[in-house]
Design a protein around this ligand. Structure first.
Ligand SMILES: C[S@@+](CC[C@H](N)C(=O)[O-])C[C@H]1O[C@@H](n2cnc3c(N)ncnc32)[C@H](O)[C@@H]1O
Length: 270
């Protein structure tokens, strides 16, 4: 392990997580195979009709969302750093007869390995914390986006990581800084978001980015931010003291007020 960069360590982590996640109820691969979409109302409503659009999905994991966009008529390309994730995404596409292109690459390296531009750049739920440099990320987005195209992200709110998420905690306690320190934060093991009964052995490295960093990075490459929304709901039980509503979103139980758990942002390229 010594001598590995944080990105190489994370790539190995994600290679190991693919099989675990593919078996989890969270990803429900069997449901997906039988026709269920993994897309949520937030991104469906934001991007509207994608039929005939060229859509690139950054950090696509093993491609369920990418293939769900394809089922809605988009011409899709998924990108992920994990070779195992890309392998499974390709195999699902071929098994289900869905046309899709999957590329193994770190987001930062994308312009070196992919030609062409896209009408939509999409990325979601658990992505920003794996990126070392948001200015580079924004440059890549601007590079692959066609003029007139749309960028959309939905992710966990950066404010969320300020609090403890350890099992056994029962209230929100500020545990770490909202603002980035020097370099990434190293985790030795973490509960799996896809299956809380599993502890994922580390190490892994995550970077802290504020909401301001996200907006400034995108504005810095000339993208026009059209909409920034924050939500008091989450895709899973980020904290142990959360409950799932009938709408499938998870909310904090017994808090006096709400805190932002997720955000989404839509930007366009002139
Ligand atoms: C939480 S998952 C993405 C979630 C996705 N919305 C889903 O639920 O399938 C994060 C993904 O980011 C990928 N990843 C991490 N760092 C990356 C990087 N620097 N470049 C490209 N992909 C990366 C991982 O391999 C993993 O598949």
């Amino acid at each position: 392990m010594s001598g590995e960069t944080p990105l190489e360590v994370n790539k190995r982590l994600w290679d190991g997580l693919v099989a675990i996640n593919a078996r989890s109820a969270y990803y429900d691969v069997e449901g997906f195979k039988s026709g269920k979409s993994t897309l949520r109302s937030i991104e469906r409503e934001a991007l509207g009709n994608v039929r005939g659009k060229r859509l690139i999905h950054l950090q696509c994991h093993f491609g369920l969302d990418t293939l769900s966009w394809a089922r809605l008529g988009a011409n899709v390309t998924g990108v992920d750093i994990s070779g195992k994730a890309i392998e499974l995404a390709r195999s699902l596409a071929s098994e289900l007869g869905i046309e899709a292109t999957f590329v193994q690459a770190a987001v930062d390296d994308l312009p070196d390995v992919l030609d062409g531009t896209f009408d939509i750049v999409f990325t979601s739920y658990g992505v920003l914390c794996w990126l070392p440099d948001l200015e580079r990320w924004a440059k890549v987005i601007a590079h692959v986006l066609e003029p007139g195209g749309t960028f959309f992200i939905a992710d966990f709110h950066p404010f969320l990581t300020t609090f403890h998420s350890e099992r056994g905690a029962d209230l929100l306690e500020v545990a770490s800084s909202y603002f980035p320190g020097d370099g990434p934060v190293r985790w030795d093991d973490l509960p799996s978001y896809a299956d809380p009964s599993i502890t994922v052995p580390g190490p892994s490295y995550e970077w802290t980015h504020t909401l301001g960093d996200v907006v400034s990075a995108l504005a810095g490459v000339g993208l026009r931010v059209r909409r920034l929304e924050e939500y008091p709901v989450c895709t899973y039980a980020y904290f142990p003291f959360m409950e799932e509503g009938e709408d499938g979103w998870w909310r904090l139980k017994g808090q006096k007020g709400s805190v932002p758990l997720m955000f989404s942002l839509l930007a366009t390229k002139d």
